[in-house]
Design a binder for this molecule. Sequence first.
Ligand code: C2E
Ligand code: CA
Ligand code: CA
Length: 489
Amino acid sequence: MIVVLGNVEHINAIVLGLAGAALLAAIARLAFLLRKQRALNEARQHLAITDELTGLANRRRLLDELEGALTVLSSEGPEAGSLALLLIDLDHFKEINDSFGHHTGDALLRQIGPRIRQVVRHSDLVARLGGDEFAVLLHGADTLKAATVAQRISSLLEEPIDVGTASLRVGASIGVALAPEHALSTDELLRCADIAMYRAKNERGSFDVYEAALDDEAERFALIEDLRRAMADGSLALHYQPEIDLRTGRAVTVEAFLRWPHPTLGLIPPEHLLDLAEESGLIHPLTTWVFDQAISDCARWWREGHHVAVAVNLPATDLLDSALPQRMGALLDGAGLGPEALVLEITEGMVMADLTRSKRVIQTLSDAGIMVSIDDFGTGFSSLSHLNDLAVGEVKLDRTFTSRLQLGEADTRDENLVRSIIDLGHALGLRVVAEGIERLDFVSVLAGLGCDSGQGFAIQAPCRAAEIDFAGLEGPRHATDAAASRFHR
Ligand code: C2E
Ligand code: CA
Ligand code: CA
């Protein structure tokens, strides 16, 4: 019994010892795992709020810190002081990145943070928001302090930055907004700083402090954002207007017009929309969309048996793009259409902006069989002498000429002028188109003056692709009234 007991105690001691050791090992392991887990969590958290490339705070971290600081400012009132947000956009980063490569671009971006840090306090936050955009959150800064810091950052970023063997000048535009002065919410403050930043960029200043008076511009920026959204969600549309042969009445070309029904502002005029797109760098994707849409609609008309060309108005920048002819060719090919299915409308002003380059692009288009048309013809005198050198196939008489004739305001000199312009076009072997035909009787008037084709509300107003009346006006046109016959030779 005793032996047994003794054995039992002995065994118990061993078991206890072993259990204790195992327990200690387990606790140690658990502690180790917990530590590891915590380190992992911290690393993960750090990663979630750190910009990988530069090691600076990222957008998320900036927003969190801004949100926190603004909450304090709102709850504590005027005694809480103020803060400033600086948005910094590098000026020439894209060019540097394009010409020196991403490697150099990345190396350059990594040097921006340390430069900024030279002029801010340790407690201020320096973040990279993405791309070449940075931000600084200055706690407790008033306008003077913020402007001083912005100025210093700007000077530092003007200095060349050594990357590898290159010494690069990048420069920056900085927008400054203050809380509570300009805004008390994160979104609003970011918007204010953004507006100031764009202004700095446009006015080629180094930095700008937000002013409420900039809100006109803000509206413009909001509209640009709306446009961006409209392009993404498919709310832009093309409307079409047939241009008919004035003798047969049948549609020969269909011109595409951009339409943007804005959810609150109504229809935005295409010129306005194009200005916005030009100003905000959206013009290229916008034109790409117009071409895709117009050519795909045209392909459908051909499949339905309507062999018309689609005429697209070309924005000025595109005429200088030497890749344009090839792009157009590929688009037409893709849609199963020949070059005769496309007409590109340009203006005299566009040609004159860079005559040598435009001439080359027009020649290449013409060689490829794509017709180039001079829109609003007769309003600029400049190209008359150059017209003969341009490989264009058509001129569209500016609407003002048609209007004057239709309104009965034209005198004999006007009539002679119109007749001469039309004759000039013909002498150069060009098709002459009349725009803005608002009276049906003027179809024959314009035909009588020598116009080959025409378009206007009287024939058909711009409409959706599916609503075009391809048959147009039936039969040959005859002068029907006295007013009309007056213009016949
Ligand atoms: P445009 O190329 O000279 O186009 C003729 C304008 O006259 C169009 O205005 C058309 O809707 C309008 N119109 C048609 N028939 C008549 C008529 O009988 N009487 C009057 N008074 N007007 C008539 P819209 O659509 O407002 O376009 C204005 C301008 O915006 C166009 O002038 C063109 O320069 C530009 N545009 C329109 N769509 C586009 C586009 O997709 N791309 C580019 N780059 N420009 C475009
Ligand atoms: Ca046009
Ligand atoms: Ca026109």
